[in-house]
Design a protein around this ligand. Structure first.
Ligand SMILES: Cc1cc2nc3c(=O)[nH]c(=O)nc-3n(C[C@H](O)[C@H](O)[C@H](O)COP(=O)(O)OP(=O)(O)OC[C@H]3O[C@@H](n4cnc5c(N)ncnc54)[C@H](O)[C@@H]3O)c2cc1C
Length: 329
């Protein structure tokens, strides 16, 4: 099978699920990585080190800022000429937009957010969650190339082999784009939830501790401080429920759930989160869920492997201290 993997990056910072996609591609044979951008030759080397056998490198100022049209025209032209069977991408907003545009040009289909992929005879069968993760659907695509976006952290990342090399082929960029990027405004980049192996999330419970004698906002600041401290000790990211976001305690970029981010960490600690279905759908693929909640009846305990019935203001500092000692931090 002729497999290509699109290396999704922004200004050279690669979405690590791109490397996971190389690992998936390798299970079907040799992999060609697509590295598009400007001044990104180092990414081609990284692609080899994560297992790519060949890299198609389009290094052109026209591809400096991600504009879907230019990247899609480049990819479409290459795919039309070389007819790959399968094009894998990580599931990101950028990559989904790109896959959709290319698929229209190439008259094929896209399967998004795939969590398992297997080959049966000449056909690829993709598994993906539907209905907010309540069901897993198996889907195939009749046309080629098949565009498949893979959910981050659903597949193992291949070990990096420093110094590994392969065949580097420079290709031309297609610069046709109707849009130009006028500039950027920095967003909140601290919430790298998609890649995090540990996430500590806080909910409305962060704003509830009458014994502090503070108003809700001030209490929430303290609560969030405890959540963030534990996340830092564990080398993880801070997440939040929508109630915490709506309360203005945490920026939206940290929200986990149906209208926030779907995450797949090894460890998800939910503090002061009730476990509403809209939150749970965001953490279904977390490997271990730990819940800390004052209410023993809170639904979050139904999905938690470990549960602590107690006050987060009491328990989080103890947990943080215990991890500090254990990890020597
Ligand atoms: C269309 C739609 C989309 C939505 N999308 C999302 C989404 O993406 N993500 C999301 O999270 N929600 C989402 N929601 C909202 C969701 O329904 C819940 O309202 C929300 O998840 C509740 O957040 P919470 O658990 O923090 O707050 P609450 O439900 O109020 O729960 C707070 C919990 O904290 C506990 N608690 C209180 N004080 C303490 C303390 N000191 N120590 C320990 N525990 C304490 C309480 O016992 C309670 O269980 C959505 C809703 C709709 C309708």
């Amino acid at each position: 099978m002729k497999t290509w993997v699109y290396i999704d990056h922004f200004k050279g910072e690669v979405v690590s699920a791109s490397w996971e996609a190389i690992g998936v591609g390798k299970t079907f044979g040799p992999v060609t990585a697509l590295v598009f951008g400007s001044g990104i030759e180092a990414l081609a080397q990284a692609a080899f080190e994560f297992g790519a056998d060949e890299v198609l490198l389009a290094d052109d100022a026209a591809l400096a800022d991600f504009r879907a049209e230019a990247v899609a025209s480049t990819l479409t032209a290459l795919a039309a000429a070389s007819t790959p069977d399968l094009i894998l991408l990580p599931t990101t907003f950028r990559a989904k937009e790109l896959a959709a545009m290319c698929a229209i040009d190439l008259q094929t289909g896209v399967l998004v957010d795939v969590t398992a992929l297997e080959a049966e005879a000449d056909q690829l069968i993709a598994t993906r969650p539907i209905y907010e993760g309540k069901l897993f659907e198996k889907a195939t695509c009749a046309a080629k190339p098949q565009f498949i976006t893979l959910r981050g952290r659903a597949f193992p990342r291949p070990a990096r082999e420093t110094g590994r090399s392969g065949r580097l082929i420079k290709v031309a960029a297609e610069a046709n784009a109707l849009t130009t990027v006028e500039g950027y405004a920095a967003g909140d980049s601290s919430a790298s939830l998609a890649d995090a192996s540990v996430i500590v999330s806080g909910g409305r419970g962060m704003s509830n501790n009458p014994s502090l004698g503070l108003d809700e906002n001030e209490t929430a600041k303290k609560g969030l401080g405890l959540v963030a401290e534990l996340a830092e000790v564990l080398g993880g990211a801070v997440g939040a429920s929508r109630a915490a976001v709506d309360g203005g305690y945490v920026p939206y970029s940290h929200q986990v759930g149906q209208t926030g981010k779907v995450v797949s960490p090894d460890l998800y600690i939910a503090a002061g989160i009730s476990g509403a279905i809209q939150h749970i759908v965001g953490i279904r693929s977390a490997k271990v869920v730990v819940a800390i909640n004052k209410d023993a009846e809170a639904p979050i305990f139904q999905v938690a492997r470990y549960g602590v019935v107690g006050d987060l203001f009491t328990f989080l500092p103890l947990l943080t201290e215990a991890f500090r000692k254990k990890l020597g931090k």
